[in-house]
Write a protein that binds this ligand. Sequence first.
Ligand SMILES: [Zn+2]
Length: 153
Amino acid sequence: MACVFCTNLDIRARMIIGSNKLAWAFPTNIPITEGHTLVVPVRCVGRFEELTEDERRALEELRYQITEALKSAFGAEGFNFAWNDGEVAGQSVPHLHLHIVPRKKGDTGIHNYDPRKFLYRTGDRPETPEEELSQVALRIKKALDLTSLSQDT
Ligand SMILES: [Zn+2]
């Protein structure tokens, strides 16, 4: 079953692969705040319960690394983490994905509503141009490189 995460070449172009190769991340095309990133298992599964233990660990590792990168690349001070597990819970893409929404004091999100109240506001959200998303992905990648360098030393 081919889903948009697995087949969309624009998404593949901005993906950031985790060091253990089981998880990847990419900035979403409809961000709530700048730097809003999705962390997903490489394997196309829909539900959390379908993950292997290694995949769960990989997701958690990458989640941590991405939040550290978002702190340094976008000055994030806090985060909203969320996933919709199952269609009945509002899952729109059948490939499990964790939202990481970077937050700053006083922010109102890109679209001027408070994500603390409406993380999954229904209705259309404008898409960010691919070029801009590539820049966001690049900023996260650079920050990730810096983070892993500082961990090594
Ligand atoms: Zn998929």
